[in-house]
Design a protein around this ligand. Structure first.
Ligand code: MG
Length: 238
């Protein structure tokens, strides 16, 4: 039996890139009166460039910079500041949709006294806000959150999962991790934990061959859905 269910945040609890960062970039462009919209496929291409400022810079290098812009560095810096504020507003306003099945599986875990955690190397304030605003304060109290600068090495390094296991005083085989990306999968497996994948829009083409199970999503009735019991019975590949 698993003793703890550990979730990645971005792409697992919410589709943060598609529904959060992308939307906030578009709101920032609109706020600066720019005729720029990053749709879902375009943003998928832009995600190959790491870093929000670098992403915008590369985009304007390709399509051309607005004529009124004299100071490109200042312009990008201002856009990015605006985008970051708008992103936090989206999260804190509860405007990002939870992925299907998350609320249900969390409630199943609470009912079965399975412990809950989130392990993310994203910004701690954003991760905590996602859990609190989207799952509510009662469920939030059940979660241990390990996020942001709490570790020095990002996934695929297992540091965040090792830390969670130590702080929760659990053995690796007691933990089951839900991830959406190859980097997250490698981190969980390197920590000796079982790991299931719920595919997200921008990670669906990644290699998940080391995963103990792969699901399109946890899902909710009346459609197909994965129960806590299904997760308990996922055999370990290694
Ligand atoms: Mg992720």
């Amino acid at each position: 039996m698993i003793k703890a269910l550990i979730f990645d945040c971005d792409g697992v609890l919410v589709d943060t890139e598609r529904d959060g960062h992308r939307v906030a970039f578009n709101q920032a462009f609109a706020a600066m009166s720019l005729d720029v919209t990053w749709d879902v496929p375009l943003y998928g291409e832009l995600l190959k460039i790491a870093g929000g400022k670098e992403r915008m810079r590369s985009y304007f290098d390709t399509v051309g910079w607005p004529v009124a812009v004299a100071d490109r560095d200042g312009f990008i810096k201002e856009l990015h500041r605006l985008k970051t504020d708008l992103f936090m507003k989206l999260i804190e306003g509860g405007q990002l949709p939870l992925r299907s099945g998350i609320r249900r599986i969390v409630d199943e875990a609470i009912a079965a006294s399975v412990r809950l955690a989130v392990c993310s190397t994203s910004n701690e304030r954003a991760v905590t806000a996602i859990v609190r605003t989207l799952l509510g304060p009662d469920r939030r109290r059940r979660f241990e959150i390990f996020a942001g600068d709490i570790v020095s090495k990002k996934k695929p390094d297992p540091e965040i999962y090792n830390l969670a296991r130590e702080r929760m005083n659990l053995a690796a085989p007691d933990c089951l991790v839900v991830e959406d990306s190859r980097n997250g999968l490698l981190a969980a497996k390197a920590a000796g934990m079982r790991c299931v994948i719920t595919m997200s829009g921008y990670t669906a083409c990644e290699d998940f061959s080391e995963a103990d199970a792969v699901f399109p999503e946890l899902g909710d009735p009346p459609g197909r859905f994965v129960t806590l019991r299904d997760l308990q019975e996922v055999p370990s590949r290694a």
